[in-house]
Design a protein around this ligand. Structure first.
Ligand SMILES: Cc1cc2nc3c(=O)[nH]c(=O)nc-3n(C[C@H](O)[C@H](O)[C@H](O)COP(=O)(O)OP(=O)(O)OC[C@H]3O[C@@H](n4cnc5c(N)ncnc54)[C@H](O)[C@@H]3O)c2cc1C
Ligand code: SF4
Length: 447
């Protein structure tokens, strides 16, 4: 059940995607680094949730010290390689770059970050040295970016980390959710293998943490609290929400994250019979799957109940999806999935909407062979509550002390999507860092 080598099957649909931002070579990185103005009080640092010292790492690239650049990045963000590829830089560091004020292209910070970390690790993976063993053991629930980052930092401090992951592959949504034109699953896995090399970290894949154990591949929340010196909850979010409309149950209707996961990891997924797909939702997950389907040659339409201005998807993602053929239909509410006599999906019935409310008598039938539901993910409230003393807020998020990320149980910390309700990888890493510091202080007797 535990493994250190994680193979992905070949012939997945994700293999068909090209990288939209291919890695820089040395000359490109050097040229881009030399455009940076190394601003004092740099706004790009403040815009980064992990507060990476951007001008310092870029200057190190410009002076040929790529290893030093990687150390500057990774000491703030252990998943700095992933974040260089997947961060929405347009609304974070690059969006804050002073070049924007002069309507000039901002520094491509994400691509430089990826270049520095990939180049340095390829040349010499041993960028950090682990402290002597403390004999303390920490359990992690979930192997997403929050747990992986926290485990890496705690392992460097000499603690043993044991990560319990219910899925066959580690990495959470960073492995199984990121759009393949940004980063493929094997890149996330390779980064995790590097984190594992930092210290004593074990991942037990295919092991689910539950309240009451009923199966051999389960462990109880209580046993983790009893058997380990501290516990970190990096649960993420739950399954895709449903539309709860007629015709929804059956083949041809898929939850967005479930479909993306198969696209990235399941070689049996094929979409040859799908010419048109409708994606219901207006967020980043909706635009991601609509964009992915469009790049696979499917005519892909997003259907959203509000106006375009009300869509929560980033403008740059919508614009990029449109460039690749995604259509957007706003102010429509789905009422029925249409199926033929044999049960095959043939379309989606919608009504027009005003202020997100249905207008009676305005039915329209939109043809499609596939309907994807991207209207949000549920919360894993039952699992979180199975840890004694852990509290949830009214939106099902794990409540933590903001300064320490400790929960109501003094032995349990938490971070990532289950705490923030669903943000970005960089937020999960930033929260993991706060938790890891507090956990380390506790483990060595000061917390
Ligand atoms: C479709 C999609 C695209 C995204 N694209 C981007 C992007 O481009 N850039 C970006 O920065 N962010 C993106 N995000 C968000 C980002 O992936 C998440 O914010 C991040 O992965 C959260 O990390 P996490 O560790 O909190 O949770 P997760 O990544 O969800 O990991 C949680 C892990 O816990 C495991 N788990 C849950 N319950 C149990 C249990 N009972 N026992 C054992 N294991 C359990 C899960 O299987 C999972 O592996 C995207 C999200 C989605 C849905
Ligand atoms: S704001 Fe732009 S130019 Fe200034 S340090 Fe940051 S990346 Fe360089």
């Amino acid at each position: 059940m535990s493994t250190r080598v994680m193979h992905l099957p070949s012939n997945r649909l994700e293999d068909r995607f090209a990288d939209k931002k291919p890695p820089y070579d040395d000359a490109e990185a050097f040229a881009e680094a030399n455009r940076c103005l190394y601003c004092a009080d740099a706004p790009c640092i403040k815009a980064c949730p992990t507060e990476i010292d951007v001008p310092t790492f870029i200057r190190k690239i410009a002076t040929g010290n790529v290893k030093g650049a990687a150390r500057t990045i990774l000491s703030q963000n252990l998943l700095g390689k992933s974040c260089g590829q997947v961060c929405p830089v347009d609304v974070l560091c690059a969006g804050a770059c002073v070049y924007n004020e002069w309507e000039r292209e901002p520094i491509r910070i994400g691509r430089l970050q990826r270049y520095a970390v990939e180049t340095a690790i390829a040349a010499s993976p041993g960028l950090f040295s682990k402290k002597p063993s403390t004999g303390k053991r920490v359990a992690f629930v979930g192997a997403g970016p929050a747990s992986i980052a926290a485990a890496g930092w705690l392992a460097l401090e000499g603690h043993k980390a044991v990560i319990f992951e219910k899925k066959a592959l580690p990495g959470g949504l960073n492995t199984l959710g990121i759009a393949p034109y940004k980063m493929k699953a094997d890149a996330s896995i390779a980064e995790i293998e590097w984190v594992l090399s930092l210290g004593d970290i074990e991942i037990r894949q295919g092991v689910e943490v539950v309240r009451d154990v009923a199966l051999p591949n389960q462990v109880s929340a209580r046993s983790l609290c009893d058997d380990y010196d501290a516990v970190f909850l990096g649960l993420g979010l739950g399954p895709d929400s449903r539309l709860s409309i007629e015709g929804e149950d059956g083949p041809g209707v898929e939850g967005a994250t479930a479909l993306i996961e198969r696209l990235k990891s399941d070689p049996s997924l094929r979409i040859e019979g799908v010419r048109r797909a409708i994606v219901v939702g207006g967020g980043n997950t909706a635009i991601d799957i609509a964009h992915e389907l469009a790049l696979l040659g499917v005519h892909s339409t997003m259907v959203y109940r509000g106006t375009e201005a009300e869509m929560s998807a980033y403008d740059h993602e919508i614009a990029s999806g449109r460039m690749d053929g995604v259509s957007v239909v706003c102010s429509r509410i789905p009422t029925k999935v249409l199926r033929d006599e044999s049960g095959r999906v043939v379309g989606l019935r919608v009504v027009k909407a005003e202020s997100k409310r249905a207008i009676a008598g305005t039915d329209e039938d939109l043809p499609a062979e596939l309907v994807v539901v991207a209207t949000g993910q549920s919360r894993l409230t039952e699992l979180a509550r199975s840890f004694e003393g852990v509290e949830l807020d009214g939106r099902g998020r794990v409540v933590v002390d903001a300064a320490t990320h400790r929960t109501g149980n003094p032995k349990v910390w938490s971070g990532g999507d289950c705490v923030n309700g669903g943000k970005e990888v960089v937020n999960a890493v930033a929260e993991a860092r706060v938790a890891a510091r507090s956990m380390h202080a506790f483990l060595v007797g000061g917390g």
